[in-house]
Ligand binder design. Structure first.
Ligand SMILES: Cc1cc2nc3c(=O)[nH]c(=O)nc-3n(C[C@H](O)[C@H](O)[C@H](O)COP(=O)(O)O)c2cc1C
Length: 180
């Protein structure tokens, strides 16, 4: 069983989430390729794909949307899971989100209807993100404050790993042979 985990990230935070998902899948005995979207050359040989992106101004990063555009024919015929990372406000502190209560899709990016249409994904999750002071200039920091966005790392590792475990369970259960 081989799974592709791919994510578009501008400042590394979403890549960190993708890395955690890949690690959890590997711990479940699944072979995982972890690639940035532009490095994906084929989807052959994969039993499932997890695609994620940071959200900026309500949208997935172009690199992740390009991947979906390029491979939508194949993606719509295989198990696909999507995740977005971004919210920095009105989110509980890191690790406080119970795994069974992921944030509602009210935080979802504007691209989501199109992403679902193109991939027929099984599920989409939104995970809070991270914004370091060092990553942005003063104007962006002022803008973030005006928008009530909180600098810092809000990524909910427990919920992220729990979701990856759910994906692993779905993939591995799907392959259990039915006894006659
Ligand atoms: C200019 C700017 C715009 C942003 N717009 C959104 C947004 O529309 N929705 C959202 O959920 N997060 C938004 N964010 C938060 C980022 O998505 C968040 O910091 C994310 O974790 C960054 O991921 P990355 O490090 O992988 O690039 C924005 C951040 C910045 C700096």
């Amino acid at each position: 069983m081989r799974v592709l985990v791919t994510a578009a990230s501008r400042h590394g935070s979403t890549w960190g989430i993708a890395t955690a998902i890949a690690g959890t899948l590997q711990d479940s005995g699944i072979d995982v390729d972890l690639l940035v979207p532009d490095d994906v050359m084929t989807l052959e040989d994969y039993d499932g794909v997890v695609i994620g992106s940071a959200v900026y101004a309500g949208h997935w990063q172009a690199e992740a949307r390009r991947l979906v555009d390029r491979y939508h024919d194949v993606l719509s015929g295989m198990p696909v899971w999507l995740f977005s990372s971004g919210p920095l406000s009105d989110v509980p502190e890191t690790d406080d989100i119970p795994a069974e209560q992921p944030i509602d899709d009210h935080w979802a990016p504007d691209d989501l209807p199109m992403l679902f249409e193109q991939t027929l994904a099984r599920e989409h999750r939104v995970f809070p993100g991270r914004l370091d002071t060092a990553d942005v200039g003063i104007p962006t920091r002022v803008l973030m404050r005006l928008l009530h966005q909180q600098m810092g790392d809000h990524r909910p590792w427990t919920a992220i790993r729990a979701w990856a475990n759910e994906i692993a369970a779905e993939l591995t259960h799907a392959r259990v042979p039915v006894e006659a």
